[in-house]
Design a protein around this ligand. Structure first.
Ligand SMILES: Nc1nc2c(ncn2[C@@H]2O[C@H](COP(=O)(O)OP(=O)(O)OP(=O)(O)O)[C@@H](O)[C@H]2O)c(=O)[nH]1
Ligand SMILES: [Mg+2]
Length: 260
């Protein structure tokens, strides 16, 4: 069972180095507004957009916005490599720049940046991972088609049930990690590339004894652009849960044999 902390509601001023990592592939319709909203929510944070050479020119828009907003840069990847690869590269870059807290947020305005200070506050109060959760009381999903909602709900139940994660929204894309926890869990070796990345990261954090807080958020359907969800990504996540379950079982057996 993950160690549970009470959710911190009040937001205070902080002096830690926060980097907000935004993975993008063809998010030209929303990325500038998102960066502006992040700047308003967290005026002192650095924003790092990790773009996989989006054909719609997302990276160029970020560069222009960076000249106006400051503390906003773009990490250009050679081609579409998946969400996991983008986050691994973004976290590594953020940590190298001295980040103490790394935040994840989608580039399509599905997540409200106004919640970011609350996520940071929860890390500052001792959590290793603060999740912006759709599936705790107060959390919800707006305007998502029923089929998409069902996939997300049942995907979460499957992952949490099979792996015993005791987390309500293990696939959530809006999160904050303490860099200490990221280092301890060797995030560079996380293998999943699609949405399974969130599940594999959650699993690692739980297994390493990390403290998790889930904070309620409202998730909205994207306002522009198209979804990158594919059958391959869902398949990868299903296989991933099976792989992690087997690894857990192997670990339990080895510990029993060695009497630990
Ligand atoms: N760099 C990078 N970003 C990606 C890739 N795939 C998805 N993303 C970004 O990851 C974030 C989440 O992806 P979405 O397609 O919005 O996923 P979703 O929110 O589950 O699905 P929809 O909102 O229905 O599209 C968005 O900012 C995407 O642009 C990728 O291969 N590389
Ligand atoms: Mg989205």
């Amino acid at each position: 069972m993950p160690d549970r902390l009470a959710v911190v509601q009040c937001v205070e001023f902080f002096a830690v180095h926060v980097v907000v990592v935004v993975p993008t592939y063809n998010e030209a319709g929303t990325i500038v507004a998102l960066c502006e909203q992040i700047r308003t929510a967290l005026p002192d944070a650095d924003v790092l957009v990790v773009d996989d050479s989006s054909p719609d020119g997302t990276a160029g828009l970020v560069q222009l916005a960076g000249e106006r907003l400051g503390h906003l840069s773009v990490l250009r990847q050679a081609g579409k490599g998946g969400l996991g690869a983008a986050y691994r590269a973004g976290f590594a870059c953020a940590i190298e720049s001295g980040a103490e807290i790394c935040i994840q947020i989608d580039g399509d305005l599905s997540h409200d940046p106004a919640v970011l200070p609350a996520l940071v506050a929860n890390i500052e109060h001792g959590a290793d991972l603060a999740i912006g959760s759709r599936y705790v009381p107060g959390g919800r999903t707006v305007d998502w088609p029923r089929r998409r909602q069902a996939l997300s709900r049942w995907g979460n139940r499957y992952a949490a049930g099979v792996l015993g994660l005791a987390v309500n929204d293990a696939t959530a894309g809006m999160r904050a990690y303490s860099v200490t926890a990221l280092r301890q869990m060797n995030f560079e070796t996380v293998r999943a590339d699609g949405y399974g990345f969130q599940v594999e990261m959650t699993h690692r954090l739980v297994r390493s004894g990390g403290k998790i807080v889930e904070f309620p958020i409202t998730f909205r359907e994207r306002v522009a652009g198209v979804s990158k969800l594919s059958g391959g990504i869902v398949g990868e996540a299903l296989m991933l849960v099976a792989r992690l379950w087997l690894a857990d079982r192997r670990g339990r057996r080895q510990r029993r044999r060695s009497g630990r």
